[in-house]
Design a protein around this ligand. Structure first.
Ligand code: SAH
Length: 347
């Protein structure tokens, strides 16, 4: 049987494991704070545990360390893209973005993805595997270590569909905000989903203070189904209903992401329809000029259409922002780095 990854256990689970080993429950807090507070990478680094206990931990658990394989720094802004090996040569990517309010990191929740959105590079090779909670946390720890700067905001918007890896993502959220660990406020975390409606209800029931972002990318079912296979499983209305439930339950404003693709979803009529569909939901729309991915032939909307689209929404009372593009010179966008790396290596 595979050994459990020690870094992926919540404090409660760690406590249960230690009690089962005949240890005192307070040891759990001690180990948790080594792993997530001091963020050590070797069981032997826990110097206030007896050698005997460390040996017993090594028999039962592993520390599945992810490693930086490449790092690309943008010359245009301060964005840095990290490529991590999570074991068995499987690669994931994370992006560090520096803003005036602090450092934000975009983390991956899965290696690859099985959602199949036609504009997205992360899903081209399908799903490789789910990430464990500790592997999500360690993307943040490694970037903090590499820069010597604290990460204040996290977006779960790298490769993968977080609600398709629900339990591990929930464990990650519990671990990362614990005061004995990295102590990151849930209010500074955004989880982005392509709209797994049932899971949005499950998430709402947890009553976390995180921000939910939903990748909508269309004003109706017909257009949404053209680019997002998941739209055939959950209708536009089902997704909006779940979003409203989330906002009403958590009192947190939902973000709708909308990538503008020339000639597909970027007309004034599309904007107008979107505005009327979103009425009554506590929300905000984030417009994203689509990043070109060679495989799909989509082209980003012109700046003029993006501005017009935003204006229609604003005029109809929907709060709207246009996402600033960071790191375009380092392929920092959506699954592109990992893809390029694999191509160059002939993998
Ligand atoms: N699976 C989740 C999170 C990962 S994708 C989700 O779908 O939300 C993060 C965001 O990047 C999503 O809004 C996704 O639709 C968007 N995205 C993917 N490919 C893109 C591209 N080529 N250009 C612009 N945004 C893209």
């Amino acid at each position: 049987m595979d050994k459990k990854d020690l870094r992926s256990l919540t404090l409660d689970r760690l406590g249960e494991e230690l009690v089962a080993m005949g240890e005192k429950p307070f040891r759990a807090r001690q180990i948790f704070s080594w792993l997530h507070g001091k963020q050590i990478k070797d069981i032997d680094d826990m110097t206030d545990l007896s050698k005997e206990l460390r040996e017993r931990l090594k028999i039962k658990f592993t520390l599945n360390n992810i490693k930086i394989v490449e790092k690309f720094s943008s010359m245009e802004d301060n964005t840095v893209k990290y490529l991590f090996d999570i074991g068995d040569g499987i690669l994931i990517e994370s992006v560090l973005m520096r803003y005036s309010y602090g450092n934000a990191v975009c983390i991956s929740s899965q290696a690859g993805c099985r959602m199949g959105c036609t504009f997205c590079a992360s899903t081209l090779g399908g799903l490789e595997r789910d990430l464990r909670a500790g592997e999500m946390a360690q993307q943040i720890y490694e970037i903090q270590k590499d820069t010597g700067e604290r990460v204040s905001n996290v977006v779960i918007m790298g490769s993968g569909e977080p609600l398709d890896n629900f339990d591990n993502v929930m464990d990650f959220l519990e671990i990362i905000h614990h005061k004995d660990g990295n102590s990151l406020s849930h209010r500074h975390i955004t989880l982005s989903t392509c709209g797994l409606a049932e899971r949005i209800y499950d998430l709402a029931e947890r009553r976390l203070q995180i921000t939910l972002a939903i990748s909508l990318h269309a004003p109706n079912d017909e257009i949404r189904q053209r680019t997002m296979p998941i739209a055939r499983k959950y209708s536009f209305d089902a997704v909006l209903k779940a979003a409203k439930y989330y906002a009403d339950t958590t009192k947190r404003r939902v973000t709708f992401e909308y990538a503008l693709i020339k000639g597909i979803n970027d007309s004034r009529e599309n904007a107008s329809e979107l505005a009327s569909r979103l009425r009554g939901i506590m929300c905000h729309v984030n417009l994203i000029p689509v990043n070109d991915v060679e495989e799909n032939g989509y082209i980003k909307s012109s700046e003029k259409s993006i501005k017009e689209f935003a204006q229609v929404l604003t005029d109809k009372g929907i709060e709207t922002t246009i996402r600033r593009k960071l790191g375009s010179d380092i392929n920092a966008a959506c699954g592109q780095l990992r893809k390029r790396y694999k191509e160059n290596r002939g993998v």
